[in-house]
Design a protein around this ligand. Structure first.
Ligand SMILES: [Zn+2]
Length: 348
């Protein structure tokens, strides 16, 4: 139902220009061009689903496409200078509606989606498009998905809904089928490295990018957290795992107080490197020597280490949660000692 509206209170989002600059990243260019072509041809979809691992820029691209739809320069690109763009960049555009996690919540609440649906059903404030961004869209519960589905099934004219998800598999098929799905590409190491070096010179980006599994924004966060400095001491710790006199409780106590998630990322990086080395045992693969892990040799039993890797990944997902991190790390260190002992045919 269309109705008269008063201007909503300004959002407190001072970071929009910075995030729009990220959306200009070179690996997002093909996706930007595709969206611009659709926009210029007048075949713009009502709903977009931007999917990709965290740190590839999908949240930033969501803002960029919102600005594309709201820009009033009408030349098919976000101009940055029209009245709408100025409002947008200051976080005050009345026709941009962002739904995200509130406070410490892990889920987007159904009331947030209902409020979004209600506002999108009304006339836009400036007479053009209205844009709703739901980020992360994979943090909705069933009721919230159902509320969102109603908006997707009966979209108003000049309405754009942008969903952002790093785990698209949790989205119902009824939602996905009503969206244009745009996967975010992972840049090559060279493209990502050049981009990162411009933003923050003097960092060994090759290493940090590998830890971030190629996602440049995740690499920036990791560099900010000092992840590279953690490596050498961690390798020394790991060389003790499973040896006589090794004390997992003490190590877990030290680790859980200082960047436990980053430590597990390093271990995952090394364990996958170890498995690659074990798979190629006999060939001269020797790229994992800094890890403190035992050398992988021919005849190594990889099953226990693959099982440990699964456990490690689950721990990495859980380490930010409400579980007792120290206990989690202690269990993991014991399991690690056992896995590598079993891999080498020793009993733990
Ligand atoms: Zn503009």
């Amino acid at each position: 139902m269309a109705g008269k509206r008063s201007a909503p209170a300004p959002e407190v989002v001072p970071d929009i220009p910075e995030r729009l600059a990220v959306a200009d990243a070179p690996w997002l260019a093909p996706t930007r061009q595709r969206l611009q072509a659709a926009w210029r041809s007048g075949r713009f979809p009502h709903a977009l689903l931007l999917v990709g691992r965290a740190g590839l820029g999908q949240s930033e691209l969501a803002l960029w496409v919102a600005q594309l739809a709201l820009c009033e320069a009408a030349d098919g690109r976000p101009c940055g200078g029209c009245g709408a763009c100025v409002l947008f960049r200051s976080g005050n555009h009345p026709d941009l509606h962002r739904v995200t996690l509130e406070d410490d919540s892990k889920v987007v609440k159904v009331d947030q989606i209902r409020a979004l649906s209600a506002v999108l059903a009304m006339r836009s404030y400036r007479g053009g498009y209205q844009v709703g961004i739901v980020d992360p869209a994979d943090a909705l519960n069933t009721n919230a998905f159902n509320a969102l589905l109603k908006t997707l099934e009966e979209p108003s004219e000049q309405t754009l809904l942008v969903l952002v998800a790093s785990r698209p598999s949790v989205l119902p098929a009824t939602i996905v089928s009503r969206c244009l799905r745009l996967p975010m590409p992972v840049p090559t190491a060279a493209v990502a490295g050049t981009w990162l070096a411009r933003r923050r010179p003097g960092t060994d980006w090759e290493q940090v990018l590998a830890l971030a599994q190629g996602a440049p924004l995740a690499a920036l966060d990791l560099a900010e957290a000092g992840v590279a400095e953690l490596g050498p001491a961690l390798a020394r710790d790991l060389s003790q795992v499973g040896s006589a006199g090794f004390d997992p409780w003490r190590l877990a106590e030290a680790w859980h107080k200082d960047r436990p998630g980053e430590r597990l990322l390093w271990i995952e990086h090394w364990v996958t490197g170890w498995l690659r080395e074990a798979l190629a045992a006999g060939d001269a693969v020797n790229n994992n020597r800094s890890s403190g892990l035992p050398r992988a040799a021919a005849g190594t039993n990889m099953g226990p280490v693959f099982a440990f890797l699964d456990r490690l990944r689950a721990a990495r997902a859980a380490v930010e949660g409400p579980l007792n991190t120290q206990l989690l790390l202690e269990d993991l260190l014991v399991a690690m000692g056992e896995a590598f002992a079993a891999a080498q045919g020793r009993t733990g």
